[in-house]
Design a protein around this ligand. Sequence first.
Ligand code: ADP
Ligand code: MG
Length: 246
Amino acid sequence: MILEIKNLHVKIGENEIIKGLNLTIKEGEMHVLMGPNGSGKTTLAKVIMGHPAYKVSEGDILADGKSILNLSTDKRAKLGLFLQFQEPVEIDGVGFVNFLRSSIESISDKPVNVRSMLNDVKSEESELKVNYSLIDKYLNKGFSGGEKKKSEILQMSLLKPKIAILDEPDSGLDVDAIKIVAKNIERVAKETGMGTILITHYNRILSYMNPSFVHIMEKGRIVKSGGMELVSQVEKSGYQGLGSDE
Ligand code: ADP
Ligand code: MG
């Protein structure tokens, strides 16, 4: 899949949050998105998935050349888009296994073999070094911040998206968990050819991965694109000097 974001403008109410953003992601590529708080990174992630609170006022989002703006979130998921939430919600009463099963079924249009799915979950849990099994839990209920992030990475592993948008998969994780999550994102990307938009504030998670591109977002626009050298620059001197209106 090629995901193209073209001259995207996004409004919440009358407030323009994204102001002419261009970005193209191909399968197998990892694009890192960094930028100060409030620059619109999460908004971009949610708009790509079709969150109803955000209105695209100009521009387009294309998957393989076709606009997805009129598609509902589940149709976008079916095309192969996946979003890992910056702040996953706890859903009491919805069992993790049922949730996973219906997600996979709605994306693949095929009944899931539950036994084989549970085997996959167990194998992913050991890859992710999850402390206790998610299998008999409600979705994210009572999970620590780190467990929620791992739960979302596990969902990604099983859903095998074509392009995954990962919104701060490293926030709230201890150093060991960051390494585990990074290695698992890399593994899934290698195994499946998945493309990734990885939103992060920190160098650490990137030290375990090989991003193709790094983009700096400020005030609703990408103000600079490059490689890992941009990450070191941000680490050293913050976002000063990277913006267009320095
Ligand atoms: P980032 O993820 O880069 O920190 P966000 O996309 O979360 O930034 O937010 C960008 C801007 O949009 C902020 O000024 C934020 O207050 C505003 N914003 C985001 N979501 C909403 C919302 N649902 N309602 C009103 N304002 C919002
Ligand atoms: Mg955010």
